[in-house]
Design a protein around this ligand. Structure first.
Ligand code: BGC
Length: 347
C-alpha cells in the first residue's frame, strides 16, 4: 500500500517491510503506520514478506528500484535478512531494524524496539505472583529461533523463573534441557537455544497446538492439575490455552502472552488468558517515522542505548511495556485509547 499524503517528493522515500499478514500483530502495525504516515509528510510503501526470506529480499530490491532512502524492516528471519540489509546499504539506503533485530551485519543503522527482555520478565513475574508452595507445574514455550526477540523474551523470563525452578517452586514439565540447566542463572546463547529448540512454537498457531498436545499426551495426571504456562505471544497463547482447556486433567491454568491482540484482550475479559503485555505499537511506529525523518533531514535519530546484533552495536531507543490483566484491562486498553470499548463484549 502506498501513502503519498502531504509528500513533497514523487518517489517512494520510505519502504516498510513487515513479516506476515497471518498474525494480527503485524496487520496492526500496518494499520498504525498508514494512519501515522498520513500526517508525516513522507511517501511510503508498506509490503509484507509472508514468512519467506526470499520474498523479503525481493521486496527490498523492488523498493530500492523505486528510489527509497530509508528502509524500515521487521525481518522474518533475523540472520537471513542480513542479505537484504546489505543490498539496501549498498544502494545508499538507511536501514532501520523494526521490532526484530537483523543479525550479523554492519548494515543496520538503527533499531526501533520495545524492551523485549522486560516482556519476558513480565511473564515470569506474573507466573511467580500466582504460585505458592512447592512443585507447581510449569510449561515453557518460546518463539521462533530465527527471531532474535525469542532469545530476549526467554532471557527475561528465565531471569525471573530460574531461581523459582531452582528452589522447587516450579517444576518444568516439558523441557529436559531447562531441567538440566535449572541451577544456572545466566545462560549462553547456545544454552538458551537448546531449551528454545525443545519448546519452540515457531510463532505458528498450529505448531503451538501440536506441541501443547504432545506435552499433554506425555504428561502424567500429577503433571497436570493446576498449571502455569509461559506462552510467548498472544496468538500462541490462545492456541495453547485452548489445548490445555480441553484436557480433563487440567483443572486450572495461568497463561501469559504479549501484543494485546484484540482476540486476546477478549480472552482476558472472558478469563481464558491470564495476561498479555501491551507493546504500544503507536509509539513504535512514531519512533520509526521519527528516525526516518531524522535521516531524511541529514541528522541522526535519538538513542538511549545500543543492542549488539552479533556484529555491531546498533543504536536504539527501546520503549517500555505494560502488563495487562483482567484487573487493569479497561484502563490500559480502553481508557488509553488503544482500542475502542465497542471492540469487546463483557467489559
Ligand atoms: C514480536 C512479537 C510477535 C512475534 C511473532 C516478535 O518478534 O516482538 O510482538 O508476537 O514476533 O510475530
Amino acid at each position: 500500500m502506498i501513502v503519498t499524503a502531504g509528500s513533497l517528493f514523487a518517489q517512494v522515500q520510505v519502504g516498510i517491510v513487515l513479516p506476515t499478514k497471518d498474525e494480527p500483530r503485524w496487520i496492526q502495525d500496518e494499520t498504525r503506520f498508514l494512519s501515522a504516515l498520513k500526517t508525516a509528510g513522507v511517501t511510503a510503501e508498506v509490503v509484507f514478506s509472508q514468512g519467506d526470506s526470499a520474498k523479503e529480499k525481493a521486496n527490498v530490491e523492488t523498493l530500492i528500484t523505486k528510489g527509497i532512502k530509508i528502509l524500515i524492516i521487521c525481518p522474518h528471519d533475523g540472520t537471513a535478512a542480513a542479505a537484504a540489509a546489505n543490498a539496501a546499504k549498498k544502494a545508499g539506503v538507511k536501514v532501520i531494524s523494526y521490532d526484530r533485530m537483523i543479525r550479523d551485519t554492519a548494515s543496520v543503522d538503527y533499531y526501533v524496539t520495545f524492551d523485549s527482555v522486560q516482556v519476558g520478565a513480565a511473564w515470569g513475574n506474573y507466573l511467580v505472583s500466582k504460585a505458592s508452595g512447592k512443585g507447581n507445574n510449569l510449561y515453557l514455550y518460546a518463539g521462533a529461533a530465527s527471531d532474535n526477540n525469542a532469545f530476549l523474551f526467554f532471557q527475561g523470563a528465565w531471569s525471573v523463573l530460574q531461581p523459582k525452578i531452582a528452589d522447587g517452586t516450579f517444576i518444568v514439565r516439558n523441557s529436559s534441557k531447562a531441567v538440566g540447566l535449572s541451577k544456572k542463572s545466566n545462560l549462553t546463547r547456545d544454552e538458551q537455544a537448546s531449551i528454545i529448540g525443545q519448546v519452540t512454537t515457531n510463532w505458528n498457531f498450529s505448531d503451538a497446538i501440536s506441541k501443547a498436545e504432545a506435552n499433554l499426551t506425555s504428561a502424567t495426571k500429577e503433571m497436570k492439575g493446576k498449571v502455569y504456562i509461559c506462552a510467548p505471544n498472544d496468538g500462541t497463547a490462545r492456541s495453547i490455552a485452548d489445548t490445555f482447556a480441553k484436557d480433563k486433567d487440567v483443572t486450572m491454568y495461568y497463561i501469559t502472552g504479549q501484543d494485546a491482540e484484540i482476540p486476546s484482550v477478549q480472552y482476558i475479559i472472558d478469563g481464558k488468558q491470564s495476561m498479555t503485555v501491551l507493546k504500544d505499537v503507536r509509539t513504535l511506529v512514531s519512533d520509526a517515522i521519527a528516525a526516518a525523518m531524522a535521516y531524511l533531514k541529514g541528522s541522526v535519530p535519538a538513542k538511549t542505548t545500543t543492542y549488539n546484533n552479533g556484529k555491531v552495536e546498533v543504536p536504539a531507543k527501546p520503549t517500555a511495556i505494560i502488563t495487562v490483566t483482567k484487573e487493569n484491562v479497561k484502563a490500559a486498553i480502553i481508557d488509553s485509547g488503544y482500542y475502542p470499548a465497542n471492540t469487546f463484549t463483557g467489559l
